[in-house]
Design a protein around this ligand. Sequence first.
Ligand code: C5P
Length: 225
Amino acid sequence: PEVVAIVPAAGVGKRMRADLPKQYLTIEDKTLLEHTVHYLLEHPSINKVVIAIGEEDGYFHSTSLGSDKRIVVTTGGKERADSVLAGLRVTNAEWVMVHDAARPCVRHEDIDVLIAEAISHTHGAILACPVRDTMKRGTGDNKIETTVCREQLWHALTPQMFKREQLLNALETALDKSLAVTDEASAIELAGGAPKLVSGHADNIKVTQPEDLALAAFFLAQRNS
Ligand code: C5P
């Protein structure tokens, strides 16, 4: 099917300790946002990308993205979920795929599997990868309370793909009730749905800390070679 990609890019990236939001950091003269959006648009099922940028964004205008007819820009909100909602409201596509601006290293082969799984399940699907480390739950003063069985634990990645209307309703309800949603699947879960976990490559990292940038550059070069 045709899928519209929604790219929330309205974060301020506090954890990066950089002068500019992380989606505008560059690898090989291109911002992370440009890497991400260009690669999404190269996928045969994605012909349109909606980007949600911050209200006070002072960087988007100097990227190459503004003049691309396949790109729609809207204003994001306070939380990531607000930005995604803003994006959902400017498209009427049947299927949407939400993908972090800060995850430039995603691969088309993973997107292919995600699409196939999302359209064959009732509650959509997300890319994820199984947890590798031993997992501990800590107490307030950082003592180990317990070891959590990692057998069924996954890292939630993006893209996450759903029917637009289903995601829109789920996010609106979650935000109305002030429930915490840090990804799209959690809104669907709160509405009683069970999105499918699709095993993706672990190099689809979210650039969050300064040291992630070199890693992302390495993974990008590998993917594109
Ligand atoms: O902060 P975090 O790493 O969870 O951000 C994930 C993605 O969500 C980033 O691409 C960021 O720009 C975006 N975001 C947003 N609006 C917010 C907060 C984050 O679009 N209010």
